[in-house]
Structure formats: structure tokens, C-alpha cells
Design a protein around this ligand. Structure first.
Ligand code: NAD
Length: 579
């Protein structure tokens, strides 16, 4: 274990013990006592603050954990409905960044209260403390947002501007994201626990590039003329679909919004976008930038809200023409059913159980490093994470041993606001518990736990590695969405391909080999939307992203995503056929 990791672990264990002791006290409103006890212990330790979570955060964890549970049961939602929230609040994040946070629903370029006054609580998984509450949309609010989006779609202010002007608005929005990078990155780190270095250098950078990429496309949408003979002119227009409902997950809150808004707006649609209930804040802040960029009212409407209320209302709405969704396969199915009410156009990006194959001729050191990125990035909360590793038997033990060693020294768990931390908490207590249940399941089924499977405290999970994981084990079949990898060995190339495809999912796949022919043959045979040869989890805003089988329908990013947001209209012109 690396020194920072080791020290952080000790800190977590101390905090966990104190939490358990202090829980009854906290319940009896003696919270300040446990807080001071923690502070005193913290001062006694020689732990550098740059690689540790302040103990006070963990003291607070148990104190607020019941509120967090209520949130998942929807009780907090009801309790909070009585509160009269303001539409904005001043926030100061743990890294000292301050800003004015909108809390309302963003409809028609204004922040408004939800009609029924419902709210939801945004809780940081770093310490399980509430950051703030925001207004939560229900069906009546979705109606308002859709009306605004429909009116904007039909208004000359949006429908009749030139395509270059549409592009200019997107460029302006990208510039505003760049200007507000610190706040937006801070928001996603605080709200969902991803290291600040990642929100800045990956999420924000990708979001800005995506918006610029689609800004460039706005005036390059072109149809075709089709030669059917001299008596007729046929041409095809690529027209916007209309009002698009977009439902995004919590693992890349702002980036998923940028992936969806870019192609929808470049092609002239209007949008009702719903954030995930775990991470509503950065996308709400984006609303202020949409207005500042100069988008006409109603072109982009942003709703916070729960899936079963606001999400379901969007999916079933009769005046929404298209649904774009990213999230779990289960929800994807529910959305498809609801969207069938008016035969909405759909794009779905769901989960995966992506394989990573390592052949005996591969560069093992490189395979180890890429495999680590493939599963441990974003604490494993990546839809295309390479969570199943298959290694040729002659290099199996060598790979496992090197992978475990590398993971121990490379993954640094801790406060995601600390610079040297690579691995923050899971997004919520619920996700934490779900992943830990899979650890027990793996052990019970007979897989061999060689690293992790434990927690250093809070919602944090040690990188977890199981070897000798058979295809029929639950942990090898189901998407776990955590820092949790299954490894097993194979003998032949044919077996490797067969087992890689032995999944209901088909999002990504990685192949490690120095044999060029083998690399391309395997890439061709694997059932996946994306294949990485000698790397893992590459993505680029210009390259299509999406899956086959139960990993989704349609593609995001690149030119391919434009097709999701346009209808082809064929126009037949009679050039002289007289009846
Ligand atoms: P989820 O599918 O429940 O939520 C994703 C989005 O869908 C959220 O905005 C949510 O509010 C909304 N939603 C939920 N139920 C809905 C409904 N009935 N109708 C319309 N919208 C609805 O996912 P989750 O609970 O946040 O995470 C659970 C699992 O989903 C994860 O463990 C992981 O397997 C998967 N997941 C995948 C991705 C991805 O990028 N593919 C992202 C996040 C989660």
C-alpha cells in the first residue's frame, strides 16, 4: 500500500470507530461533542491534510445518514415540500470557491419554483452532508417546460435564425463554461465525489470541446439530392425532430448534459433536460450560462427531479418528440415502454460489463496500466468500464500479481478535493451498499478475493479485485458500477471471443496483443459498440459512443449523434410528368 493510501486508511479507521461510538450521542443532539472529539484526535495525528479527509466530515456522516436514507425512500421529498426555498443561495465549497447557486426549475430562461413546492436534497457523498435543497419537478412542471420548449421550437426567434447563428450560440456557451470552469468542476466534485482533477481535466474539458465541436456542425447539416431520372428532382432535408426530452445520470453530470445538448441544439431542436437526483447542481448552474449565452427563452429547459416522477413524466409526455436517456438498463426499459405512448424517437445509453482480453504476446506492463484505468477511473462508475478481465493462461498469474501491486500503489483514496487523490467516494450510500453486497456475493459464489472488498470508511470502497471468476457467477454477469473487477483465464483465441461475448451487454471491449492481425480479427468478432486495441476506455467527442445488445440504442458524440436529432424529409419535385 502506498504511503498516502496507508495513512488515509488509518485515518478512516479511526473515524469509523469514533462514528460508531458517537452515533447515539449524535442522535441525542450531542453532535458538537463528537465533532470536538474528532477535531482533538485530528490535531494529535501527524497526517498531512493534503491526503486525508477531515475527521469532522466523518463525524458528520452518521449524524446525517438517516436523512440520506429518507431521501432514497422519498420521505425527505415530502418533508421538504413544506419548506419555502429561495430561488438562489450563496454556496461556499470545501475548496473555498464561492458562487450563487440557482435552486429553481429553469423554464423559459427563468428559475421558478415547482408548482407543488416539492424539493429534493442534494447530499455530498464525501461526508453525507446536505449541500442544499433544490426544487423538484413533477408532472405539472414537466408540462410547463414542454410548453415552453414547444413554443420556442415554433418561434421565429429560434426556428428562423441562421444555422451559423445557432453555432455562434453554442460557441458562446462553450466559452462561458470555460470562464466558469472552477465553479462547475467544484460543483460536480462536491455533488458526486469525483476528484477535482478529473472534473477539471476530463469532465469540463470534454464538455467544452463537445459544445465547440457541435457548434461547428450547426452550419454543416446537409441532405442529399437523389437521381431518380430526368422527370423528377428529389432532395432530402435533415430537419430537427422537435421537443427532445433528455434524461442524464449522475456519473458525469455536466458532461452527459453537454453530450446531449450539443447535437440537439446544433440541429435546431429544443430541450427539456432532467438531471439525476444525486447530482442536480452543475446542470442548474448551466441554466444561468444558457441564458447568458443568448439562447432564446424555452430552447433549453432544465429540471431537477426524481426519476419516477419527473423522469417518467418526460418519458410519457405526449408533446415530446424524442427521448435521449443515459442510465441503467432497467430504467432504459421503463423509458422505452413509456415512450411508446406516442412512438417517440429514442436514444438509449445504458450499462455494460465490458471485457478486456490480454493475450500472451501482449505488453503486460501496459496492459496492467490500461486495465487499471479501465476499471478504477471515477471509482468504477463508468458505463463502459472494463470490469471483466480475461487473461491467457500462460500470463495469468503474472498479470494478476502485477495488477494488484500496481493498483495498491496507484489508487489513492481520499478527499476528492485533495490534489493527489485519484479515487473518491461512491456517489451515494445506496450505491456503496449495493457494491459491498456484490463483494459478499462474489465470496459466496467461490471467487477468489485478492484485493480490497473493504471500506476505509464513509462511502469509500477499496479497489476490489476478484480472480478465478467464472462466467456464470453473478459478479461476472451484472453491472456493479464500482471499483470492482473480475479476472479469469482463457486458453485459446476462440474461447476468449466466445466468453467476451457471453454477456447481455455490449458497450466496450479492449484487446491487448502485439499481433496486428489478431487485434483486428478479435475487434471484428466482439459484440460491442466500441473496441480499444491496446488501450481501454478511450472516448472522444468526435467519435461515436454507444452500445449493442442491452447496452443501448443509437450513438452519442461525433457526426453519428446528429442523426439522432434529425428527421430526413424527402421532397419530390415533378419536373414535367403530365397526367
Ligand atoms: P437510473 O437509471 O435509475 O437513473 C438515471 C436517470 O434516469 C436519472 O436521471 C433518474 O432520475 C432517471 N430515472 C430513473 N427512473 C426513471 C423512470 N422510471 N423514468 C424516467 N427516468 C427515470 O440509474 P441510477 O439509479 O442512478 O444508477 C443505477 C445503475 O444505473 C448504476 O448502478 C449503473 O449500473 C447504471 N448507470 C449507468 C450509467 C451509464 O452511464 N450508462 C450512468 C449511471 C448509472
Amino acid at each position: 500500500m502506498s504511503p498516502p493510501c496507508c495513512v488515509t486508511m488509518q485515518l478512516f479507521y479511526m473515524a469509523a470507530i469514533i462514528n460508531n461510538i458517537s452515533r447515539p450521542l449524535c442522535r441525542a443532539a450531542f453532535f458538537p461533542l463528537s465533532f470536538l472529539t474528532c477535531r482533538a484526535l485530528s490535531r494529535q495525528s501527524s497526517i498531512p491534510s493534503s491526503c486525508s479527509i477531515p475527521l469532522s466530515l466523518f463525524c458528520a456522516r452518521k449524524y446525517t445518514s438517516e436523512s440520506t436514507l429518507y431521501r432514497y425512500k422519498g420521505k425527505l421529498h415530502e418533508e421538504m415540500a413544506a419548506k419555502d426555498l429561495p430561488l438562489f443561495t450563496e454556496l461556499t465549497a470545501p475548496n473555498g470557491i464561492k458562487w450563487t447557486q440557482p435552486l429553481g426549475l429553469f423554464i423559459n430562461n427563468e428559475f421558478v419554483k415547482s408548482k407543488a413546492g416539492g424539493t429534493l436534497s442534494s447530499v455530498s457523498p464525501i461526508d453525507d452532508k446536505e449541500i442544499t435543497s433544490v426544487y423538484a419537478a413533477e408532472s405539472a412542471d414537466v408540462d410547463e417546460a414542454v410548453k415552453a420548449a414547444r413554443a420556442a421550437f415554433q418561434s421565429s426567434e429560434w426556428a428562423d435564425i441562421t444555422t451559423a447563428e445557432r453555432g455562434a450560440l453554442l460557441y458562446k456557451l462553450a466559452d462561458l463554461l470555460e470562464k466558469n470552469l472552477e465553479v462547475l468542476a467544484t460543483l460536480d466534485t462536491w455533488d458526486m465525489g469525483k476528484p477535482l482533477s478529473a472534473t477539471k481535466n476530463e469532465d469540463l474539458s470534454e464538455s467544452i470541446s463537445t459544445l465547440r465541436y457541435y457548434a461547428g456542425w450547426a452550419d454543416k447539416i446537409s441532405g442529399k439530392t437523389i437521381d431518380v431520372g430526368p422527370s423528377k428532382l428529389v432532395y432530402v432535408l435533415h430537419q430537427p425532430i422537435g421537443v427532445c426530452g433528455q434524461i442524464v445520470p449522475w456519473n458525469y453530470p455536466l458532461m452527459m448534459a453537454a453530450w446531449k445538448l450539443g447535437p440537439a441544439l446544433a440541429t435546431g431542436n429544443t430541450v427539456v433536460l432532467k438531471s439525476a437526483e444525486q447530482s442536480p447542481l452543475s446542470v442548474l448552474f448551466l441554466g444561468t450560462l444558457i441564458k447568458e449565452a443568448g439562447f432564446p427563452p424555452g430552447v433549453v429547459n432544465i429540471l431537477s427531479g426524481y426519476g419516477k416522477t419527473a423522469g417518467a413524466a418526460i418519458a410519457a409526455h405526449e408533446d415530446i418528440d424524442k427521448i435521449a436517456f443515459t442510465g441503467s438498463t432497467l430504467t432504459g426499459r421503463a423509458i422505452m415502454k413509456a415512450a411508446s405512448s406516442n412512438l417517440k424517437n429514442i436514444t438509449i445509453e445504458t450499462g455494460g460489463k465490458s471485457p478486456l482480453l490480454i493475450f500472451e504476446d501482449a505488453d503486460i506492463e501496459q496492459a496492467v496500466k490500461w486495465a487499471h484505468i479501465g476499471i478504477m477511473s471515477n471509482a468504477g462508475q463508468v458505463c463502459c468500464a472494463t470490469s471483466r478481465i480475461l487473461v491467457q493462461e500462460s500470463v495469468y498469474e503474472e498479470f494478476v500479481q502485477k495488477f494488484v501491486e500496481y493498483t495498491k500503489t496507484t489508487s489513492v483514496i481520499g478527499d476528492p478535493f485533495s490534489e493527489n487523490v485519484s479515487h473518491g467516494p461512491q456517489v451515494s450510500r445506496q450505491q456503496y451498499e449495493r457494491i459491498m453486497a456484490y463483494v459478499e456475493k462474489g465470496k459466496a459464489e467461490g471467487a477468489n478475493l485478492v484485493l480490497g472488498g473493504t471500506t476505509p470508511g464513509g462511502n469509500f470502497i477499496q479497489p476490489t479485485v476478484f480472480k478465478d471468476v467464472k462466467d456464470e457467477f453473478t459478479i461476472c454477469k451484472e453491472e456493479i458500477f464500482g471499483p470492482f473487477v473480475c479476472i479469469d483465464k482463457f486458453t485459446t483465441q476462440a474461447e476468449a471471443i466466445k466468453r467476451a461475448n457471453n454477456s447481455s451487454y455490449g458497450l466496450g471491449a479492449a484487446v491487448f496483443t502485439k499481433d496486428n492481425t489478431r487485434a483486428h480479427v478479435v475487434a471484428n468478432k466482439i459484440e460491442a459498440g466500441m473496441v480499444w486495441i491496446n488501450s481501454s476506455n478511450d472516448s472522444h467527442f468526435a467519435v461515436p459512443f454507444g452500445g449493442v445488445k442491452q447496452s443501448g440504442i443509437g450513438r452519442e458524440c461525433g457526426e453519428y449523434a446528429l442523426a439522432n436529432y434529425t428527421n430526413a424529409k424527402a421532397v419530390h419535385v415533378n419536373l414535367g410528368t403530365v397526367l
